[in-house]
Design a protein around this ligand. Structure first.
Ligand code: ADP
Length: 449
């Protein structure tokens, strides 16, 4: 097992990893930009190293600075958290070339899944059901028209290098296609430096269902059921739950087994998430994330396992601490993402937090790096906390969410908390009857700018 781990991240996820390290008796090293000198992850780690100026590219994304920080502190392994360098195959290669361990899958698996066309091809070979779509990239409008005519409208044009919901455009009819195609290409060129796009049938009312998987790198895979992350704004998740309200135990066992087998066959190592759209009882693969997800705590809550601990175990060459047969779902969990954003436009709202009080009590977990007097810097993601609740069933979890949101105090900046109070008034949230378009429609009618 490692003696010391460096965490190449900030905010709540850096704290999350530091906590796992501390319980495992491993020393932790925080890295930070000059804007984060007073950040909670710096205070909580055993050691810290300043790695650059505020801009993410010059600090949390600076590979030489992070490698040097490992060398200076003697850290043997790097946990990347999510975002930043967590799915950068080049980084993984450099880490390994320096004799360090990356806590995550191999560079090969990251690049295989990072390119969405290769990911879909791999999924098909492994027997994972996919959304009908183009065979690889689509280079011209003429080709796009041909593919769309065969598939039928509406279609979605997506960036091969995509992520974070960017570079995606829907064409309802043939008239929209040319515009959607060129916008998707230019957006993906701007966001990812790569204008290759591909096409899929646009599903009208799917749910976003993702399967948590783990591989031991030795040919064994397990799954930890699904999360329903259908409540999204601009393709970004805001509310996640497990188990999915629409998924039966039989469906879970079937799709879970397909995913676990695929992970085993790939020889995949560590945590991963296989994302699907789910409509009329069918699962359609959209992508795989080769890292820990923001919403991993809902899975931890219902299975009672520490996923970061398992990531560290697997990276150090140990086995998972559980087998598929050991895993049993206990109750229901919900996570809401609390962002420093001003409604109704969700404009980022950094600034000084004049008062902070985290909710507590049975079944409540608050993952946040906030503290009284903390100044949220304007340079990074606006996520400032995740509130996770766990109950014996879905209705208990919803009641607990309402109670916990009522206890939470974040003064000085605007947050997305009022959105969740309002959502909890909605019948569809209580019955679980929502799909990936529900929240956008609700926002249009209820939160007019
Ligand atoms: P990203 O990597 O940018 O997050 P994904 O492929 O995971 O992109 O898709 C993100 C979201 O976009 C999905 O959760 C879903 O809401 C929507 N989406 C993607 N593909 C389709 C599709 N074929 N039909 C309908 N919605 C889609």
């Amino acid at each position: 097992m490692f003696d010391k781990i460096l965490i190449a991240n900030r905010g709540e996820i850096a704290l999350r990893v530091i906590r796992a390290c501390r319980e495992m008796g491993i020393k932790s090293v925080a890295v930070h930009s000059t804007a984060d000198s007073d950040a909670m992850h710096v205070r909580m780690a055993d050691e810290s190293v300043c790695i650059g100026p505020p801009s993410g590219t010059q600090s949390y994304l600076s590979i030489p600075a992070i490698i040097s920080a490992c060398e200076i502190t003697g850290a043997q392994a790097i946990h990347p958290g999510y975002g930043f360098l967590s799915e950068n195959a080049n980084f993984v290669q450099i880490v390994e070339d320096h004799g360090l361990k990356f806590i995550g899958p191999s560079a090969k698996h990251i690049s295989q899944m990072g390119d969405k066309i290769t990911a879909k091809d791999t999924a098909k070979i492994l027997g994972i059901p996919c959304v009908p779509g183009s065979d690889g990239g689509v280079a011209t409008v003429a080709e796009a028209k041909k593919v769309a005519a065969e598939m039928g409208y509406p279609v979605i044009i997506k960036a091969t290098a995509g992520g974070g919901g960017r570079g995606m455009k829907v064409a309802e009819t043939a008239d929209d296609l040319e515009m959607a195609f060129s916008t998707a290409r230019s957006e993906s060129k701007a966001a990812f430096g790569n204008d290759e796009v591909y096409m899929e049938k646009y599903l009208q009312k799917p749910r976003h269902i993702e399967i948590q998987v783990f591989g031991d790198g030795q040919g064994n895979g397990v799954h930890l059921g699904e999360r329903d992350c259908s409540l999204q704004r601009r393709h970004q998740k805001v509310f996640e739950e497990a188990p999915g309200p629409s998924i039966s135990p039989q469906e879970r066992a079937e799709i879970g087994q397909i995913c676990a087998n695929a992970i085993g066959e790939m020889g995949y190592s560590g945590a991963g998430t296989i994302e699907f759209l789910y409509e009329d009882g069918q699962f359609y693969f959209i992508e795989m994330n080769t890292r820990l997800q923001v919403e991993h705590p809902v899975t931890e809550a219902i299975f009672g396992v520490d996923l970061v601990r398992e990531q560290i175990r697997v990276a150090s060459g140990q086995t998972l601490s559980f087998t598929q047969d050991d895993l049993e779902i206990n109750g229901h969990a919900i996570e809401v993402r609390i962002n420093a954003e001003r409604l109704p436009n969700f404009a980022p709202c950094p600034g000084k937090v004049t008062a902070y009080h985290a909710p507590g009590g049975l079944g409540v977990r608050m993952d946040s790096a906030l503290y009284n007097g903390y100044s949220i810097p304007p340079y990074y993601d606006s996520l400032i906390g995740k509130l996770i609740v766990h109950g014996r069933d879905r209705s208990e979890a919803l009641a607990r969410l309402q109670r916990a949101l009522g206890e939470l105090i974040v003064d000085g900046v605007d947050t997305t908390v009022p959105l969740f109070h309002a959502l909890l008034e909605e019948k569809d949230i209580h019955t679980g009857e929502y799909n990936i378009h529900w929240l956008e429609r609700w926002l249009e009618t209820n939160l007019q700018a």
